[in-house]
Design a binder for this molecule. Structure first.
Ligand SMILES: C[S@@+](CC[C@H](N)C(=O)[O-])C[C@H]1O[C@@H](n2cnc3c(N)ncnc32)[C@H](O)[C@@H]1O
Ligand code: SF4
Ligand code: SF4
Length: 359
């Protein structure tokens, strides 16, 4: 029997006022009329808590677009869960945050697209910067812990020092500098997003010295640009090990990107309980443990560290979800990644990004 999950990522909606071209949401977004109802979400939270989840991450899309957000926050809080609001900040007024905090929001994760107003708003596709700065101030006023999350790519990596300074100014306890993961819209826009080696080489020491300077004041988590590395990023804590995701339409996913693996049979909370899906579904059991692995992973000592890398990336780039993640230098498909880097990383002629739209 699998151990209990720690956290539920509740993607309440795919609707969002922003249009980030790096968004990891799927190209085919769940329409509003297919979203779970308030009652459905209450039942999902009940089942997640019974299963063992202690953290509920309210995300999307933009969770503030759900009119029933106060009720959902209050319900997750009444179950004893730690409630994290993952938001662009657009739509977060002082009164709204005060009310959500009183109902049980424990932590806010705010996305920031770039260091300056012009850069931020260009990447977000709308004027959002001033509202994010305001939202951060409201979070601080309310005394809630704040994490700033910035997705890094070719168009903002050179501004990493400014992004760190902005997060400090916003009063963040934690800054996640996450190099883009290529799923959904980000995969569609990869040629506009892949950073150059020179950009990464310049950013690495800036991040390292800020981590040192800000130790004890602001934690900086740096997620690597895995295409440029010799080893893959770990599959979370292992597939189906610590967290589950419920998509806006009730699909239950072992990883937020798992819809890309077309060979997986995805179950839905409208038809099965989270308990049954977590413990018995073919999707959650597909890559648990190590028995599913092929060589070189099967006989590699790093398998307990990285779990063979990302299953979604393996499927997207090789067509086989059980393959070694092709970013690994030991993968027989590493040349696929090298080829992508060679063709898409050329600094000239950066293509325009397709903006993700659904309001
Ligand atoms: C999909 S967003 C939804 C919540 C909200 N709209 C926001 O942007 O904060 C959830 C988190 O994923 C991050 N994110 C989005 N696309 C990503 C990507 N391709 N790679 C890594 N992180 C990504 C966002 O910055 C945000 O912190
Ligand atoms: S478009 Fe941007 S703000 Fe909206 S869900 Fe995607 S990452 Fe979040
Ligand atoms: S062979 Fe597999 S386990 Fe070993 S480093 Fe590469 S991806 Fe990780």
């Amino acid at each position: 029997m699998a151990e209990a999950p720690f956290g539920l990522l509740a993607e309440l909606t795919h609707r969002c006022p922003l249009q980030c071209g790096y968004c990891s949401n799927p190209l085919e977004l769940v329409r509003r009329d297919a979203e779970l109802s308030t009652e459905d979400w209450r039942r999902v939270f009940d089942q997640a808590r019974s299963l063992g989840c202690l953290q509920v991450h309210l995300s999307g899309g933009e969770p503030l677009l759900r009119q029933d957000l106060p009720e959902l926050v209050s319900h997750a809080n009444s179950l004893g869960c730690y409630v994290n609001l993952v938001t662009s900040g657009v739509g977060l007024s002082r009164d709204r945050l005060r009310s959500l905090a009183s109902l049980g929001v424990d932590h806010v994760q705010l996305s920031l697209q770039d260091a300056t107003r012009a850069g931020n708003d260009r990447i977000a596709g709308i004027k959002a910067f001033d509202r994010k700065v305001e939202a951060a101030a409201f979070v601080r006023e309310e005394g809630l812990p704040l994490t700033v999350n910035t997705v890094l790519h070719r168009q903002n990596l050179d501004h990493v020092a400014g992004i760190i300074a902005m997060a400090e100014e916003m009063g963040a306890e934690r800054l996640e500098l996450a190099n883009t993961q290529y799923y959904g819209w980000a995969l569609r826009n990869r040629a506009a997003l892949l950073p150059t080696r020179e950009q990464l080489a310049a950013a690495d020491p800036v991040v390292a010295s800020a981590q040192e300077r800000l130790r004890g004041r602001m934690e900086i988590v740096y997620v690597i640009a895995d295409y440029h590395e010799a080893h893959p990023k770990p599959c979370m804590y292992g597939w189906g090990a610590r967290q589950l995701t419920v998509a806006p339409n009730g699909d239950v996913l072992p990883c937020p990107a798992a819809t890309v693996i077309s060979s997986l049979r995805i179950e839905n909370v409208r038809e099965s309980s989270l308990h049954d899906i977590w413990h018995s579904s073919s999707s959650f059991n597909a890559f648990r443990g190590f028995d599913w692995m092929q060589d070189p992973c099967r006989s590699c000592p790093r398998k307990e560290v990285d779990f063979g890398g990302c299953r979604c990336q393996a499927f997207q780039l090789t067509g086989d979800a059980a393959a070694t993640d092709p970013v690994c230098s030991l993968s027989p498909s590493r040349s696929t990644v090298d080829q992508i880097l060679a063709t898409e990383m050329a600094p000239a002629d950066v293509p325009a990004m397709a903006m993700r739209k659904m309001r």
